[in-house]
Design a protein around this ligand. Structure first.
Ligand code: ZN
Length: 201
């Protein structure tokens, strides 16, 4: 399985990092070794002093497909959860300066924390999601604010990558990204239902 991620999919987050709002989705991938599940703890890696949380809606692909049209994309997923796209911001800044790929800052072990999946309500016009760190709300998002909607993302990425059952798509973070530290407790929810809760060690 593979993990496909969208960068800069909420304009307020693009602005908080000083990035332009993109004309087409910004895509990067994480290997399966990045997956962190079952509320297992996240261990801060030694190579970074600035690991950020990025709260994101995550969908699971449940049917293989290639070059999927947007109007058929909804047939390729039925479950959603929240995840954290952990990012070594100091490493990423250096890579961006040099115009290099982001993998070292984004695709390391444990960098894709994924919650418990729930059925995706295709009729929902907006999905509210939230991250608390140590009981304080630090990120809130709503799917209606996505620059590229889920079906458009699937159509776009499936032109390049064949999607397979079990693949995950991280759909981008809203504003409010910040560093985590040892001892932090993260709690992420959709519509106030906690789907992911774990500790930073
Ligand atoms: Zn992200």
């Amino acid at each position: 399985m593979k993990i496909i991620c969208i960068g800069r999919n909420y304009s307020l987050h693009a602005k908080e990092l000083g990035n332009e709002v993109p004309e087409q989705p910004v895509i990067f991938c994480k290997p399966d070794t990045a997956l962190l599940k079952n509320n297992e703890p996240f261990y801060l890696p030694e190579f970074s002093q600035d690991i950020h949380h990025e709260l994101e809606l995550v969908i699971k692909i449940d049917k293989a497909g290639k070059s999927i049209l947007p109007q058929f994309a909804s047939k390729y997923y039925s479950q959603i959860t929240v995840g954290i796209d952990f990012t070594a911001r100091d490493v990423q800044s250096q890579l961006k300066q040099k115009g290099l790929p982001w993998e070292l800052s984004k695709a390391f072990d444990g960098s894709a924390a994924v919650g418990h999946f729930i059925p995706f309500d295709q009729k929902a016009e907006s999905i509210h999601f939230e991250l608390e760190v140590n009981g304080q709300v630090v990120q809130t998002g709503d799917s209606k604010d996505m620059l590229f909607k889920i079906n458009d993302i699937i159509a776009f990425v499936s032109k390049y990558f064949t999607l397979k059952t079990g693949d995950l798509i991280f759909t981008g973070t809203p504003a409010g990204v910040a560093a985590v530290k040892i001892g932090d407790h993260l709690n992420a929810s959709i519509e106030n239902e906690t789907l992911l809760a774990f500790d930073i060690k």
